[in-house]
Design a protein around this ligand. Structure first.
Ligand SMILES: [Fe+2]
Length: 308
């Protein structure tokens, strides 16, 4: 048994400060997000938690860090600049694979004032990083040894009171071709997407609208691991795949101070191992360790570990 790769999954920071932009940008949908920040999110998600998170990740030293979006509250230009600094403080761009969340597309903002700020953390291997990937450039792809990190963009501007996501047929077509190609190369395929591909919520207000097609592609072409955010809850589910079950795992927010214990900040650490006994059709095994914020200790500590 040999460890091939370690991957951390952090998500849904919402640790930016929307104050100071004046009242003009708040006219329209953003006012509701601003009220939500004022009443709740500003207290719940704290930037200081990112300092503790960075300290713990430095100690754990994963090979790569997956960040599945919602770094902002209401997608103000100043929030993109602040989150870019938070990303830089976390790790080198070559060690972070970022996909955006619905809050990062709360309303339409020009690329130069929004995702371009995050381009070095979003782009595919070998792509120029001066600007964020164009719609035709998703999914993004980073290959590290035997592991392929595939980034999906589900963030679309939605009407008021909506937090749904959509991948679109063109992106899904490209995903299918990419998964097939990477599967032929026998790489360990990790798909990153903000919205959950599997969701029990029947309301379309918050869910991934084209999740059925995503699930169909994953089940037919396969992937070895799917990671998502959005719900601020740990969820471990499986999809049937051509080489066996595909774990689909959602993580809590990594910055929640924990007013509600079941939402207290966590992040996940995956250990991908090469194993002879990994099971029929699988020559690699995955272990997921949960690290949780412990308020009394003022740091993240091991919460548990399980094989997927
Ligand atoms: Fe979200």
């Amino acid at each position: 048994m040999a460890t091939l790769f370690t991957l951390a999954h952090v998500t849904d920071w919402h640790a930016t400060d929307p104050r100071g932009a004046g009242w003009k940008p708040l006219l329209g949908k953003r006012i509701f997000g601003w009220i939500s920040w004022k009443l709740r999110r500003g207290r719940t998600h704290r930037p200081e938690m990112l300092v503790a998170l960075t300290r713990d990740l430095d100690r754990q030293a994963p090979d790569h860090i997956a960040v599945t979006g919602d770094l902002t509250h209401i997608a103000l230009p100043q929030e993109f600049a602040e989150a870019a600094q938070q990303l830089r403080d976390l790790a080198e761009p070559s060690r972070i694979a970022l996909v955006p969340g619905n809050h990062d597309r709360y309303v339409r903002v020009s690329s130069s004032e929004s995702w371009d700020r995050w381009a070095p953390f979003m782009v595919s291997d070998g792509a120029p990083d001066a600007r964020a990937p164009l719609p035709t450039e998703w999914p993004t792809l980073r290959v590290r040894g035997e592991v392929a990190l595939i980034g999906m963009c589900s963030a679309v501007a939605t009407p008021w009171f909506q937090a749904s996501g959509r991948l679109g047929d063109a992106q899904l077509d490209r995903l299918e071709a990419l998964l097939f190609e990477l599967g032929e190369l026998d790489l360990f395929r990790v798909v990153l997407v903000h919205h959950p591909p599997l969701d029990r919520d029947r309301s379309s207000r918050r869910r991934l609208l084209d999740a059925p097609r995503l699930r169909e592609i994953l089940s037919r072409v396969g992937a070895e691991l799917v990671l998502h955010g959005h719900r601020h809850r740990t969820r471990i589910q499986v999809l049937p795949g051509p080489r066996g079950p595909i774990p689909v795992v959602g993580a809590r927010s990594s910055t929640d101070v924990g007013e509600h214990e079941d939402k207290r900040a966590q992040y996940h650490l995956y250990r991908i191992e090469s194993r002879a006994d990994a099971g029929a059709g699988r020559r690699r095994a995955v272990t997921m360790a949960v690290r949780e914020w412990v308020p009394g200790a003022g740091c993240f500590e091991a919460e548990g570990e399980r094989a997927l």
